[in-house]
Design a protein around this ligand. Structure first.
Ligand SMILES: NC(=O)c1ccc[n+]([C@@H]2O[C@H](COP(=O)([O-])OP(=O)(O)OC[C@H]3O[C@@H](n4cnc5c(N)ncnc54)[C@H](OP(=O)(O)O)[C@@H]3O)[C@@H](O)[C@H]2O)c1
Length: 371
């Protein structure tokens, strides 16, 4: 087998640097995957940019990266669903607490992934297209199906419909584009928000109605359109979407809101450690907005909880998604990789370019690097 390399984050707030890495060995329930494509997520950017504000347990040098697609190079003991040579897409969880941080980080040529967070890829699906899925689809599934979030019934091969309406605020985000498809697959009508340039895309993914989230009357327009519907839950994706989602839930009688994004953006935080006025203001605004949203939710009897996309690693949602639903839905084309991939470059060296591009902002696109 060849040697391994990784895009290392040497320390907080530095660029990633490509260098040699140990060849990881898959343990029980694990696969070693030869990575052919990776995608970048806001999570990677936030970790790189804000140092130890999040994921403070991650030791440096660190290997970030959650989205991988490639070929199985070896399997650990007890693995039955996959064999060397299989084409797969997988959620790499090296950033999560209690994992093998370096072996399971996605930004490397050979990565260890878990059998329970891996799906086979049909031959018709290219690695660079499928790699948009893992963190986004996992977060969407956690938000929609976990019992303490929206607790929706699980998707079925032939959804029966008539199970009420789900609102996905931020449908053109990666999480939102997957949530629309999963909510439709579990028999729900979906209404969503996005910029007008993405409305057609949202309808294409299965949304019934799309409203511009920047329109100051968006909550009113949606509540009006939803009059008479049974709204079973609201998923809030996008900075600051929580307050709008709770207002909409209060107006429509929904009792469950799943919050995927923080109330304020961390983008303006300075790229250096230590105290700063901007950091203090950002954290104060975060605390105040979060508290206000929670207070409003409580007043209306709404449960509004933050989603942790990796929670499905240890519950029934993970098995439903990665073992049952995705293999079937990718094979029959009912779950499409979305948003669309844009290949930014080739080789681990292009990962920093992709991260810089992501920081500048994307619209209904996932930035991908092929290896
Ligand atoms: N909690 C978790 O476990 C978890 C996991 C993954 C992601 N997230 C969070 O979920 C959010 C989305 O992540 P992603 O990877 O899905 O994002 P992404 O694909 O990078 O998001 C880009 C999209 O965001 C939309 N957008 C920007 N601001 C918005 C707002 N205020 N309301 C609604 N939509 C907005 C834009 O829509 P238009 O172009 O249509 O304007 C754009 O298409 C981020 O905040 C991320 O940190 C959380």
């Amino acid at each position: 087998m060849s040697t391994n390399s990784a895009a290392w984050l040497p320390e907080a707030r530095s660029d990633v640097v490509v260098g040699p890495a140990e060849m990881p060995v898959p343990g029980p329930g694990e696969l070693l995957v030869r990575t052919r494509a990776v995608a970048v997520n806001p999570l990677d950017d936030v970790k790189q940019w804000t140092g130890n504000l999040m994921y403070r347990w991650l030791p440096y040098p660190a290997v970030l990266g959650e989205d991988v697609a490639g070929e199985v190079a070896a399997v650990g003991p007890d693995v039955t669903r996959f064999a060397p040579g299989d084409r797969v897409v997988a959620y790499a969880v090296g950033m999560e607490r209690g994992t093998r941080h370096r072996a399971e980080g996605g930004f490397q040529s050979f990565v260890v992934v878990r059998e329970g967070l891996t799906a086979p890829l049909p031959d018709t699906l290219a690695f660079h297209d499928a790699v948009v899925l893992p963190l986004a689809v996992s977060t969407a599934a956690t938000a929609l199906f976990q019992r303490d979030h929206l607790a929706l019934p699980h998707p079925t091969p032939a959804p029966v419909g008539g199970r009420g309406t789900v609102v996905v605020w931020g449908g053109s985000t990666s999480v939102g584009s997957n949530a629309i498809q999963l909510a439709v697959a579990s028999g729900h009508r979906v209404v969503t928000t996005a910029s007008p340039r993405n409305h057609e895309r949202m309808r294409d993914l299965g949304a019934d109605l799309v409203v511009d989230y920047r329109d100051s009357t968006a909550v009113d327009r949606l509540s009006e359109a939803l009059r008479g519907d049974e709204v079973v839950g609201v998923l809030a994706v996008g900075t600051g979407s929580g307050a709008a989602a709770v207002a909409l839930a209060a107006a429509t009688g929904a009792r469950r809101v799943a919050l995927a994004s923080p109330a304020v953006s961390f983008a303006s935080l300075p790229r250096r450690g230590g105290p700063s006025v901007t950091a203090a203001l950002t954290m104060t605004r975060l605390g105040a907005s979060t508290a206000l949203t929670q207070l409003t939710a409580r007043r209306h009897g709404i449960s509004a909880r933050f989603v942790w996309g990796s929670a499905l690693m240890t519950n029934e949602v993970g098995r439903m998604l990665w073992h049952d639903h995705l293999p079937r839905a990718l094979a029959d084309g009912t779950h499409r990789p979305a948003p669309e991939a844009e290949v930014v470059g080739e080789g681990l060296e292009s990962i920093q370019t992709a991260l810089d591009r992501l920081r500048a902002g994307v619209s209904a696109k996932k930035l991908v690097v092929v290896l």
